[in-house]
Ligand binder design. Sequence first.
Ligand code: FAD
Ligand code: DHB
Length: 389
Amino acid sequence: MRTQVVIIGSGPSGLLLGQLLGKAGIDNVIIDRVDRDYILGRIRAGVLEVGMVSMMDQAGAGERMHKEGLVHDGFDLSFSGRRHRINLKNLTGTSVMVYGQTELTRDLMDHREADGGATVYNAANVTPHDFDGEKPYVTYEKDGVTHRIDCDFIAGCDGFHGVCRASVQDKGIQNYEKVYPFGWLGILADVPPVHHELIYANHARGFALCSQRSLTRSRYYVQVPLTDKVEEWSDDAFWDEIRSRLPVDVAEAMVTGSSIEKSIAPLRSFVAEPLRFGRLFLVGDAGHIVPPTGAKGLNLAASDVHYLFEGLQGFYGEKSIAGIDAYSARALARIWKAERFSWSMTTLMHRFPAEGEFGQKVQEAELDYLSSSNAAQTAMAENYVGLPY
Ligand code: FAD
Ligand code: DHB
């Protein structure tokens, strides 16, 4: 079999790229090692930058997002027992959209299916070959049979633990990494959100976040030590803990209920350079990870796709390789700014055991300064809504 672009990974980056390429008349096949239901069972990001929203429109998959997504013009920072609203709309002229990664992924999958895009699920031993030369190909096994797809390019959209980055480890790749000494315990529950916007809380007991997926579904997080096990956290213990980290009025207003999902995610900053190896590209989490605090992971995947799609369009349309040559540098310039923002918001909002009470006091001073400085709030808001592509 032959196609123009093989996309390894059917997460948001692979699906978005596939949809854009399909619309531009560029043939592509998506291969994933798991199936559709497994992918849709993963509860992940919830906040979309304006750039991601327009990419969904460009992919022709934005209709339900506009109908069901919630436009947020601001969010609250909670610290020292009080709250301060960051007015995104006034400070930047833009807003963000609250729409879960699960729904966004479902929309992209549904459109791909309706358009007849080729997707192989449950593929084992997916392997990229010969991407240093002009004739790359990908092999995989399915139902005991080995398949081969010849192509022009391979897009590595296979997440942090995927095969693509692993297959370039001996090709001069450089990894930059920071691992944080805590994780996020997240809970999803069919209860109305405690507030109409998100609340990011700095507290002596640790960070907490009140987020949401809809007017009836809430997503809440608390910072936990890496040694904690999700099975050890009952729903009641979670609700008590998050309430203890929020201002009294918020804690009292919180509606609790049974969790429909509960998980612990470790926090990490990671960037691989470069993101291109001949005819293989690393895209989204395959090339970089941010700690979730600034809600940038999914949004960075979208900007990578934007740069790669432009490069591939230039190659097939104008027979130019300039966009492909520029992919890694263009993507990395935006990635590092989002890495900086995610690291700084993580550092500002979490309890770092090694920093002690001095660290907590410095954080509170910075938050107090932020709440009185239009310049500082503008810088935070500009990064939160997303830097330009
Ligand atoms: P992925 O979504 O990881 O998709 C990769 C796909 O590749 C998967 O479907 C996988 O099955 C497939 N794959 C992997 N290996 C192979 C292989 N060998 N062969 C074939 N297929 C393969 N971001 C936020 O902005 N906010 C959040 O709150 C947030 N929470 C998160 C919580 C968790 C637990 C995790 C892991 C991430 C979270 N993120 C969050 C980050 C965000 O979800 C990711 O940035 C986003 O999913 C990246 O999309 P992607 O398509 O690049 O990678
Ligand atoms: C969510 C996750 C984030 O990391 C964030 O900053 C905001 C919202 C969420 O899952 O809803």
